[in-house]
Design a binder for this molecule. Structure first.
Ligand code: ATP
Ligand code: LTN
Length: 337
């Protein structure tokens, strides 16, 4: 590159994760792992969305602890806190401000169609609060605040992403080009890791303990969970999500944990039994993901002052970027700025 070359500004990536407990293997393979792969090519913001988390009742001390642990885990999973903006959603007021404005450009009907709202309200009948209903508007605000081009998420967030795009386009149609219309960035493999006990449902940390692997599970617990994974009664190891969801899930986990293709994974297990498959997948997850992440997590967590410093500095970096869009939006809708 010559001295005079002007490099185009990097595109912005934004994604978020709720601090509602330790992330699962699904969160890791569907989201965090891919975030790490993007950090050089893009300017990335990875946000701990504690404001989303309180749509379900949380214990305050536990929420705070979970949020700090998640920051340490992000770093332990390979997200560099200098390269990426890793921060807490509640530490930058822009999210709440833009969310309110976008509420006024989102229809009740759109939010009522969101499958996550339907599922979560069925699970929490005693607390169907309006935050749960407007959750996707806050998510749209998170994304649109930074001129985000790409949003790396798991498959379950597709519908929320569509809504963010619709709201952005609606706003732009009225006021001109204010928001960048974001695209979803969903990995071809690993975007929908299924429950180990009910392989037709997605792996979720709010389900029963044996159904998911947490990044902080003890290695022997991980091996045990894989040994107990629900499969099927025939004996053939092949990738067929419709007919063999349990086996296909194990193959997908293995391929992603080892960085190989599903075909290569299938070939490795040709002629082998289910018991061998389950043990081998468990060991690969422990050796390639669980142990290295836990080792780094233990180191990073020791330094609370370092983590506090990162949090503070990165919330300021996020605010610097967000303020530009927020100011423009306020001006457009007619506030005195
Ligand atoms: P819960 O399961 O408790 O409702 P969640 O894990 O879906 O919560 P987040 O922690 O906010 O919610 O999810 C963070 C990211 O992980 C999102 O990008 C989401 O798409 C992805 N993700 C969640 N579950 C899976 C899964 N089973 N497979 C792949 N990606 C997933
Ligand atoms: N809704 C997401 C978490 C989330 C998010 C975001 C993801 C909140 N804000 C912005 C991507 C971009 C979830 O439940 N997984």
């Amino acid at each position: 590159m010559t001295e005079n070359t002007v490099t185009a500004p990097k595109k912005i990536i934004f994604s978020g994760m709720q601090p509602t407990g330790y992330p699962t293997l699904g969160n890791y393979l569907g989201a965090i792992k891919n975030w790490g792969a993007l950090q050089e090519e893009y300017d990335c913001l990875y946000c701990i969305v504690d404001m989303h988390a309180i749509t379900v009742r949380q214990d305050p001390a536990q929420l705070r602890k979970n949020a700090k642990n998640l920051l340490a885990l992000f770093i332990a999973c390979g997200l560099d806190p200098e390269e990426n903006i890793l921060y807490m959603q509640s530490q930058y007021h822009g999210h709440a401000e833009l969310s309110w404005i976008l509420n006024c450009y989102t229809y009740m009907g759109e939010l009522g169609r969101m499958t996550q709202f339907k599922e979560k309200s069925a699970k929490n009948e005693a607390n169907i609060n309006t935050g749960l209903f407007t959750y996707p508007v806050l998510m749209a605000a998170d994304i649109l605040l930074f001129g985000t081009a790409l949003v790396p998420v798991g498959d379950d967030q597709r519908q929320h992403l569509e809504l963010s795009r619709d709201v952005a386009m609606r706003f732009n149609n009225i006021y001109g080009d204010v928001f960048t219309v974001p695209e979803a960035y969903i990995p071809k493999s690993g975007a929908r890791i299924m429950s180990l006990t009910e392989p037709t449902r997605k792996m979720s940390k709010s389900d029963e303990e044996n159904s998911y692997v947490s990044l902080m599970d003890a290695p022997d617990a991980v091996i045990r969970k894989f040994k107990r994974a629900v499969t099927d009664s025939d004996m053939e190891i092949r990738y067929d999500q419709a007919e063999k969801p349990g086996i296909s899930n194990l193959l997908e986990i293995y391929a992603n944990a080892c960085g190989i293709s599903i075909d290569a994974a299938v070939a490795e297990f040709e002629g082998k039994g289910y018991g061998h498959l389950k043990t081998t997948v468990g060991e690969a997850v422990v050796g390639n993901i669980i142990e290295p992440v836990q080792g780094r997590f233990a180191e990073i967590s020791k330094d609370a002052a370092y983590l506090d410093e990162i949090m503070k500095k990165n919330a300021q970096r996020a605010a610097q970027i967000g303020e530009r869009v927020l100011k423009k939006v306020k001006k457009k809708v007619g506030f005195v700025v």
